[in-house]
Each structure stands twice: as C-alpha cells, then as structure tokens.
Design a protein around this ligand. Structure first.
Ligand SMILES: [Zn+2]
Length: 395
C-alpha cells in the first residue's frame, strides 16, 4: 500500500471513529444512566494507538477484545464494522451492521447511520442491488442522511447512471452547502456524451453548455461542444476550444488536435502556429506546444524548423519519450535515414514504450492516457501528466 493510500485508510478509520463518537453524543441520555466503561480498557487505548499509526489489523484485534469485555457497546461495534470493511472483510462488516440493526435500543438517527454503513458494505462487496436498497431504507428513516446520499451518488456513478448521480449530487450540495460545481459539471458532460450516442443533438448541447456554466474547467464538455460544430462552423469550434484553453491552460494539449483541424477547416492554419508560439513563450518548459508545433510544421514541409523546436524541447524535457519519437519521425521526413534506421523508427512507433503516462493526484493511480474520472479512487478531474525527472532512473 502506498503512503497516500495508507493515510486515506487511516483517515477513513478515524472518520469512522468520529462517527461513532458523534453517535455516542446522540446517546448522551442513555450514557448518563450507564456510562460505557470500554474507554477505560487498555485494549481501547492500544486500538487508538494502532489507528493513529495506521495498523488497521492491530486496531481490529484490540477492538475485538474491547467488544468481548463490553458486548453492549454499539460505538465499538460500529467502529469495528467500519474497520472490517476497510480491510476488505465486507462480510464481517455486514454481519456486525445487521446485528446493530437488530438491537431494540437504537434511535432513528442511529438506524439511518447503520443502514447507510450497511449499504456501503454491500457496495464494496459488489452487491449493488442490496446496496441501493439499504441506502434507500436509510433515507426513508432520515432523508437528510449525508452518508447514505454520498453512497447513493457513488453507486449511481459506478453504474454509469449519470442523471441519477447528478440529481443526488445536487441534493448533497444543497444539504452540505458545498460548491460541487466541478463534479456536477463532469456529470453533465457524461449526460451530454450519452445524448450524443443516442443521436439527441439538442439535449447533448444543452448538457455540455450546463457543464461549462457549472465550472469552466470541465474540459471534455468544451471538447464535445467544439466537436459538434467542427463541420458546420469550424470558426465557432475554434473559438470554443480557445475558451477551453483559457479556462484550463494546463489541459491545452488535449485541444491541440481539434484546434489544428478547426483552424485548417476555417482556412487559417497559421493561427495554430501563433497559438503554439504563444504557449511556448508563456511557459518555456511546455514541450507539448513545441511538439504540436513541430508536427504541424513537419506536415507543412517545415521539417528543418521542426527539428530545431524538438531539440529545444528535449533540452528542457529530456525524459519525454514522445519528443524523442517525433525527432525520429522528423529525421525520416528530412530524408536523412537509411533503410535500416527507417525500419528502426517503424518498429519503435509501434512500441508500447511511447505512451503518455498520466497519474491521479489523489491516489497515484497511473494510466497510459488522460482520464477524466479515476477508476481507482473515483475522483473527477484528478489526472495530470506524470512528470518523470531525468534523474528518476537513478533513484
Ligand atoms: Zn485516483
């Protein structure tokens, strides 16, 4: 487990513990009569120590001992069930949450909380129908249960039910008074993409427009809108893409292909050169603008100029394999390669080595391409290009 993932698990476990504490607070009146003695147990102290140092198995071992001494403690049961789920033992978590639900002495708020937790157990165990039912029951008991709403939202996303995910996320944003524009925007963009596939152009356009109005950084919505106009009105497509680059300059390279085509279709190919030159001026380390410009120039018969650009890109980014590959292609275009070198270039062009690695800034999940939603931690817009320093191989 990476350090970040471990920290996330520990935080989740502590959050579970705090939820247990919050629960305990709601039980105040009961506690006044009968204060739980489990906090006095040395195993409880040891469990806290294990949690703080990220030893989840150790925490489970100690809490099982606490529970043996104090079988009536719903708080310990709740935390333990949470930990079982975190270490992948969803079945034991389900068992414990069910046992909690069977208790006659829990309040409505507690019942909603346990039902929501049970829903997440089922979700993690892949039992999606049961998860949906448990979240639904939790919301029947307490319509404002955030835990159940978050679970429902994730469940909808996992099943690619974008509209439902959007509706739940809207409720959550209202309830938590949080600004969820970015996530809502990405969900709208997914709804738009679905409408495109269904041939509903107007609905698709409306979704993409809503997406960018929710958050200008929803890059795929700009790309999709531009694609809708690329044939009929390339000037309009180009202006949409320029807007996208202005809103998220670090994503500019994702628009290069479409923008180059749009400028060309509009009869103004030189505007692509001007754009790349501007981006290079703004960031001397921007190898992507140099690479795009070099490709453009090579296509226009300017391979000599392209080579100069690429060599400058290599000076500041010697580790970027895509630039190396483009150097070979440019040398081929210049006619400087013999048949053997040409065979070499043809071979490396097919090589899996020349991928464009991206990494999730939340969980460090790596992918060979840009992804809008992390398949591991399910965050939106968390991928960036992986920058490998020239000295990385030495470490
Ligand atoms: Zn991730």
């Amino acid at each position: 487990m990476t350090e970040t993932a471990l920290a996330a698990v520990v935080l989740a476990a502590l959050a579970g513990l705090l939820a247990g504490r919050a629960w305990a607070a709601t039980r105040r009146s009961a506690e006044l009569r009968e204060r739980p003695g489990f906090r006095a147990s040395p195993h409880y102290t040891e469990a806290l120590h294990c949690l703080a140092t990220g030893q989840l198995e150790g925490a489970i071992r100690e809490l099982v001992k606490v529970l043996r001494e104090h079988p009536e403690s719903a708080e310990v049961q709740q935390v333990l069930a949470h930990l079982f789920r975190e270490v992948g033992q969803a079945e034991r978590a389900i068992e414990m949450h069910r046992a909690l639900l069977a208790r006659a002495d829990i309040t409505r708020a507690e019942r909603a909380h346990v039902l929501a937790s049970l829903g997440t157990d089922y979700r993690k165990a892949g039992l999606l129908d049961r998860a949906a039912a448990a979240y639904g029951e939790a919301l029947d008991v307490d319509p404002k249960n955030v835990h159940a709403l978050v679970g429902q939202q994730k469940l909808a996303e996992e099943q690619r039910q974008w509209r439902e995910a959007y509706e739940v996320q809207t409720r959550l944003a209202r309830l938590r008074k949080s600004d969820d524009g970015l996530v809502l925007g990405f969900l709208q963009a997914q709804m738009g993409a679905e409408a495109v596939r269904a041939g509903q152009r107007d609905a698709a356009e409306a979704s993409f427009r809503t997406a960018v109005s929710l958050d200008r950084r929803v890059f795929p919505a700009h790309l999709a809108l531009a694609a809708m106009w690329s044939e009929d009105d390339p000037r309009r497509a180009a202006s949409i893409l320029e807007g996208a680059i202005a809103a998220a300059p670090e994503r500019a390279y994702l628009a290069f292909g479409a923008l180059e085509a749009a400028y060309r279709a509009a009869g103004e190919p030189s505007r692509f050169v001007a754009l790349c030159e501007r981006l290079v001026r703004e960031d001397a380390r921007d190898w992507r603008a140099r690479l795009a410009l070099a490709r453009h120039l090579r296509g226009e018969g300017g391979a000599r100029e392209a080579l100069g650009l690429l060599l400058r890109a290599l000076e500041s980014n010697p580790h970027v394999l895509l630039v190396h590959l483009e150097v070979w292609r440019t040398l081929r275009a210049l006619g400087t390669l013999g048949p053997e070198e040409q065979r070499f270039v043809a071979t490396v062009e097919e090589s899996a080595l020349y991928v464009d690695p991206h990494i999730c800034t939340v969980c460090r999940y790596r992918a060979d391409d840009m992804l809008w939603r992390c398949p591991h931690c399910h965050e939106w817009n968390s991928f960036v290009e992986e920058r490998v320093g020239p000295a990385a191989g030495a470490r």
